[in-house]
Design a protein around this ligand. Structure first.
Ligand SMILES: [Zn+2]
Length: 54
């Protein structure tokens, strides 16, 4: 599942892949931090619920 986050530094949308965690498939694992593709700023993944990317 892909989730969309907005960079807190430059406002660009970043799409991150979340690995499904657990058998029932209701939880996904994302890295605690990620670097924006646009400005290379480090963002902390917010608490859910997350926005699913198209
Ligand atoms: Zn950015």
């Amino acid at each position: 599942m892909y989730f969309e986050f907005v960079c807190g530094w430059c406002g660009e949308a970043n799409v991150l892949y979340g690995e499904q965690a657990g058998f029932w498939g209701t939880k996904y694992e994302l890295p605690e931090e990620w670097d924006c593709w646009s400005c290379d700023g480090t963002n902390v993944t917010p608490d859910g619920p997350w926005t699913e990317a198209d």
